[in-house]
Write a protein of this length. Structure first.
Length: 437
C-alpha cells in the first residue's frame, strides 16, 4: 500500500491544475504592484516590499518570518511550504526585493509605475528581479491553495540588499540562520532562454551553474601639482592613463572553462556579442576616473593625484592573486598603487547531473518544445555564490525567452519584461515545484 501511495501521490499532484485565466490576471496585477514599491538600494529599505509579500503569502495560508539585521529598514523574510519527506533538505527559492536606483528623467515611463504597454510590463525590477520573485511566489502559493504537497520542503527567502553585497541580506541569513536554511538546492536568478544571445536562430535555455569571480581594483597615481599652462612629465593624470593602458592589455585566460566547452557542445557555435565574450575569458572594464582640484575642478591646475577603478571579472578556477600580481607587474611604476576593493570568491560551479537540474529541464521543455537546455556561466554576480561556497548546488533560472535588446534593459532606463513570457515562467516554476526533484 505504501508503495502504491508513493506512486499515486505525485501522479495526483501533477493532475491538479490551477485556473490559469485567474492566475494570469493575478500574476500581472501582483508584478505591477510590486514594481510600484520603490525598494531602491541604497538605502535598501525593503519594509514595504516585505509587507507586500507577507500579505500575499499569509493570504495563501503560509507563515512568514521576518529578519532584520540590526536595521530598522532592511528586512529579509522567509516562508516554508512543508513537503512529504520532512527529513530531506529543502529546496530554497531565492529572490531579492531591492532594486538599483533610477534616473527618472531618462525614462519614457514612470520607472515605478508598473505600466502595462505593448505587451510588456515596464519598470525598475521587472527583470532584476521582481518578475522572478512573483513567479516564485505564485508557484508556492498555488501549491498551497491546491493542497499539493511537494516532495520536500520548499522555502522562499526574499532578501534586502543583493544590489550591494548581501551583507545584510543573504550573507547575514547564512551566518545567523543557517539552521533554518541548509538547502539541498537553490533556485535564483541568472539563466534565461533566448533565440539570439547564445547562438543565432535557435531557442536555447541556459541554466546558470556558475559565475565569474569579482575583482574590483582602484589605481591611484601620484605626481606633482602644477600650473596647467606648463606641461610636466610628472603629471598624475598622464601617469594614470599609462598605467590603465598597461593594465588593460589583458592576456587571454589561456583556455575556455569546461562549462563553456559543454555549452558549445550543446548549442553549437556561440554568437559573437558582449555576453558570450565575457563568459569565455577574463575581462576588465574601466568604470570610473577621478582627478582635479576644486569643485568644479579648475581647468588650469594639474592635480597631484588621480585615480581610476577597474571592474575585473575572472573565470572560475582562475587564481585571483596571480591575476592582480600580473597587473602590478605590467604597470611596474612606483608612482601607481593597485588596491583591491573586493574579496574574490572562487565558488566553483554546480553540477548539472542532479534531480533538480533534470526537473528544471523537463519543465522548460514542456512549455518550450524543441528548446536546447544547457548549463552555462554568467559574467555577473548573484547571491547563489554564497551557497555554492557552502557546497550547495545552485541554479540561475529566469524561465522566460528574452532577446538581447530586452535583456540589456536590466539596470537601464527602459527595464521591461514581456507579459507572455513572464506568465509562461509562472507555469514553469509551478511545474518544477510539483515535480519529483
Amino acid at each position: 500500500m505504501k508503495i502504491l501511495l508513493a506512486v499515486l501521490v505525485p501522479m495526483l499532484s501533477l493532475a491538479q491544475e490551477p485556473n490559469w485565466a485567474e492566475t494570469d490576471k493575478r500574476s500581472v496585477e501582483l508584478l505591477q504592484q510590486y514594481i510600484r514599491i520603490p525598494s531602491i538600494n541604497p538605502p535598501a529599505d525593503t519594509r514595504a516590499a516585505a509587507d507586500f509579500l507577507t500579505r500575499e503569502l499569509e493570504g495563501a495560508g503560509l507563515k512568514v518570518a521576518r529578519y532584520q539585521p540590526n536595521s530598522t529598514h532592511c528586512v529579509n523574510l522567509m516562508t516554508r511550504l512543508e513537503g512529504r519527506d520532512r527529513s530531506a533538505k529543502p529546496l530554497l527559492l531565492l529572490t531579492h526585493m531591492d532594486v538599483v536606483p533610477v534616473d527618472a528623467k531618462a525614462w519614457n515611463v514612470d520607472p515605478f509605475g508598473g505600466e502595462l504597454k505593448d505587451g510588456v510590463i515596464w519598470g525598475r525590477g521587472a527583470i532584476d528581479m521582481k518578475g522572478i520573485g512573483i513567479q516564485q511566489l505564485m508557484a508556492v502559493t498555488l501549491l498551497k491553495k491546491l493542497g499539493i504537497v511537494p516532495v520536500r520542503d520548499i522555502i522562499l527567502v526574499a532578501t534586502c540588499d543583493e544590489e550591494t553585497d548581501g551583507t545584510r541580506g543573504v550573507k547575514w541569513m547564512i551566518a545567523n540562520h543557517w539552521d533554518k536554511l541548509n538547502p539541498a538546492f537553490v533556485l535564483d536568478e541568472g539563466g534565461f532562454g533566448t533565440r539570439d544571445i547564445l547562438t543565432p536562430n535557435k531557442l536555447i535555455f541556459g541554466i546558470a551553474v556558475g559565475e565569474k569571480q569579482l575583482v574590483w581594483l582602484r589605481l591611484r597615481a601620484k605626481g606633482t601639482a602644477a600650473h596647467g599652462s606648463q606641461p610636466i612629465p610628472d603629471n598624475a593624470n598622464d601617469i594614470l592613463l599609462t598605467a590603465i593602458n598597461k593594465a588593460m592589455a589583458l592576456p587571454s585566460a589561456g583556455k575556455r572553462h569546461p562549462v563553456v566547452d559543454e555549452m558549445i557542445l550543446n548549442v553549437g557555435v556561440l554568437a559573437q556579442n558582449k555576453f558570450t565574450n565575457a563568459i569565455q575569458k577574463n575581462t576588465m572594464s574601466l568604470t570610473t576616473l577621478r582627478a582635479g582640484v576644486g569643485d568644479p575642478p579648475k581647468v588650469n591646475v594639474i592635480p597631484s593625484s588621480s585615480e581610476a577603478t577597474l571592474d575585473c571579472r575572472i573565470l572560475p578556477g582562475a587564481n585571483s592573486a596571480e591575476f592582480i600580481s600580473e597587473i602590478k607587474a605590467r604597470i611596474n611604476d612606483p608612482r601607481v598603487t593597485v588596491e583591491l576593493l573586493s574579496e574574490p570568491l572562487d565558488t566553483g560551479v554546480s553540477s548539472s547531473q542532479t534531480p533538480m537540474f533534470a526537473a528544471i529541464k523537463l519543465a522548460i521543455l514542456k512549455h518550450n518544445p524543441g528548446a536546447v537546455i544547457t548549463p552555462m556561466l554568467v559574467p555577473y554576480g548573484t547571491d547563489s555564490s554564497n551557497f555554492r561556497m557552502k557546497g550547495v548546488p545552485s541554479y540561475g533560472l529566469n524561465p522566460i525567452v528574452i532577446d538581447a535588446a530586452t535583456l540589456a534593459t536590466m539596470h537601464s532606463d527602459a527595464e521591461r519584461i514581456p507579459i507572455a513570457e513572464f506568465l509562461k515562467g509562472v507555469r514553469i516554476y509551478f511545474d518544477v515545484l510539483r515535480s519529483n526533484f
